[in-house]
Design a protein around this ligand. Sequence first.
Ligand code: ATP
Length: 218
Amino acid sequence: MIVEVRDLVVHYGAATALDGVSLSVGEGEMVALIGANGAGKTTLVNTVCGVKQASGGRIDVHGNLALVPEGRHLFASLSVDDNLRLGAWRQKKRTTGHVYDLLPGLTKLRNRPAGRLSGGEQQMVALGRALMACPDLLVIDEMSLGLAPKIVADLAAHLRDRNTTDGLAVLLIEQNAQLALDLCARAYVLEAGRVVAEGPSGELAGSPEVAAAYLGLE
Ligand code: ATP
């Protein structure tokens, strides 16, 4: 396993955001975490990445994680190339070449300030920045939010390609359950801080828990 979360409990003050969540992602796996607004998805990501502290349970990580955060968090005044370099600030060698090879659409944008890109282009830069760290597991929080279906399909194709070609593992956090279940072989459904369903995506697709996650969007 690259990441294994067991019985995770997380609080904000007196409020319980995660209430005994267990999930895992194995090498080369693509796994989805779906759930309505407020289910606890971002809390889980932040806790796994060490931004938020847990009050119970355990998290075991074997390998490098890179995060594509919700809202992308690019530096608007910096160029695409500089934003990419920030994805590898820990490494001495910071060549961006391999990311332009993987995401050729970024090449013509390399000198443009990130703040002047479209939402889809920005999401591509956020993906490229995460790939700069050559991670074993990519954690992606709300990749599709606010993006046109064509752009989302393009991003999904890039992820599938990295998975099949390089064995990159992905934990995809999505409100768009359809996208998540199409892309990932296995999924967890989170509701009010608990995993209410898990299993192969094909089996979950028609489940009442997934329907509830959808309805929660309205
Ligand atoms: P969204 O898609 O809206 O981000 P989510 O599934 O990611 O939803 P979280 O953002 O993890 O859900 O929120 C889980 C619960 O924790 C919610 O009830 C939310 O109100 C609460 N929560 C999140 N962040 C904070 C915070 N900083 N302080 C207090 N409560 C919080």
